[in-house]
Design a protein around this ligand. Structure first.
Ligand SMILES: Nc1ncnc2c1ncn2[C@@H]1O[C@H](COP(=O)(O)OP(=O)(O)OP(=O)(O)O)[C@@H](O)[C@H]1O
Ligand SMILES: [Mg+2]
Length: 254
């Protein structure tokens, strides 16, 4: 199992969208896929029809009240991949979890027990460097960093990469697979400038930019509000095409 965290402490850059679209594309390609929602906002859980009430979730697993297997929800007619859902209650417990060093290792240990069941595990993370992002980065093989194609997108990138680098003491294998540019709209001259400048930033910070780009696509929001994968909403939409292309590239990199 290759475990990939989708991380950026900047909000709204397409982490959840990327986790869901990549998971859907990999599943359609016949891969066995697990998605882990580590964000207490639960956007991945709700969009992918995860149950929260009356079942075990990541919250119960981190409280050590169930096994990771018991928090797992199998693929069904609404979702092509398996899911470990989150619970909004996780947000109020972050400080408590963070104060116990042993909690940081729980996710990695749990995922190890599932490794034979899956080809890929995707972890969606919240938009900050807290316990949930840290534990995700300590539990994965590599990171995909989505950034949106706008002026300030690269501002936090240096600190994010430094933060990831610092975690290599604990997780030696941790690799930045690359930066994925999302919400690309070539009608805007700023986007063109942004994309032209990206190779310079990449060289400066020492990261790879994926050749595949995700164009801005209104169908994503429409599909997400209907709680269906964008591929099922319109398999010819720009997002379906771009994420399928990205998944081809990603599989070559990991
Ligand atoms: N390529 C795209 N084109 C148009 N809209 C997009 C695109 N990607 C994501 N969005 C929209 O941008 C918003 C934020 O996306 P998303 O929730 O994936 O970001 P996020 O990084 O997970 O946010 P957060 O940091 O809050 O978890 C959503 O409304 C989503 O539909
Ligand atoms: Mg999100």
């Amino acid at each position: 199992m290759v475990t990939i965290a989708i991380a950026n402490n900047k909000g709204g850059v397409g982490k959840t969208t990327t986790a869901l679209c990549v998971a859907d594309a990999l599943s359609r390609a016949g891969k066995r896929v697990l998605v882990v929602d580590m964000d207490p906002q639960c956007n991945t859980t709700t969009t992918a029809h995860g149950e929260i009430e009356g079942v075990n979730t990541m919250f119960d697993y981190l409280k050590e009240e169930c096994s990771i297997e018991e928090a797992l929800q199998k693929a069904d007619e609404n979702r092509r991949f398996d899911l470990i859902p989150n619970d909004p209650l996780l947000s109020v417990r972050e400080a408590e979890f963070a104060s116990q060093v042993t909690k940081l290792k729980l996710l990695k240990r749990g995922l190890k027990t599932l490794a034979k069941q899956y080809d890929y595990c995707l972890i969606d993370t919240p938009p900050q460097f807290g316990f949930y992002t840290t534990t995700s980065l300590l539990s994965c093989d590599g990171v995909v960093v989505p950034i949106d194609a706008e002026k300030f997108a690269v501002d936090g990138l240096g600190s994010l990469l430094k933060y990831i680098d610092g975690l290599k003491v604990e997780n030696e294998e941790l690799e930045v697979y690359g930066v994925l540019v999302t919400k690309v709209d070539m009608r805007h001259s700023e986007t063109k400038v942004f994309l032209e400048n990206m190779p310079t930033y990449a060289e400066h910070f020492g990261f790879k930019i994926f050749d595949s780009k995700i164009r801005v696509c209104a169908d994503l929001a429409k599909a997400q509000s209907r709680l269906i994968p964008v591929y099922d909403y319109d398999r010819h939409s720009k997002a379906s095409f771009d994420y399928d292309n990205f998944v081809d590239e990603l599989q070559e990199v990991v």
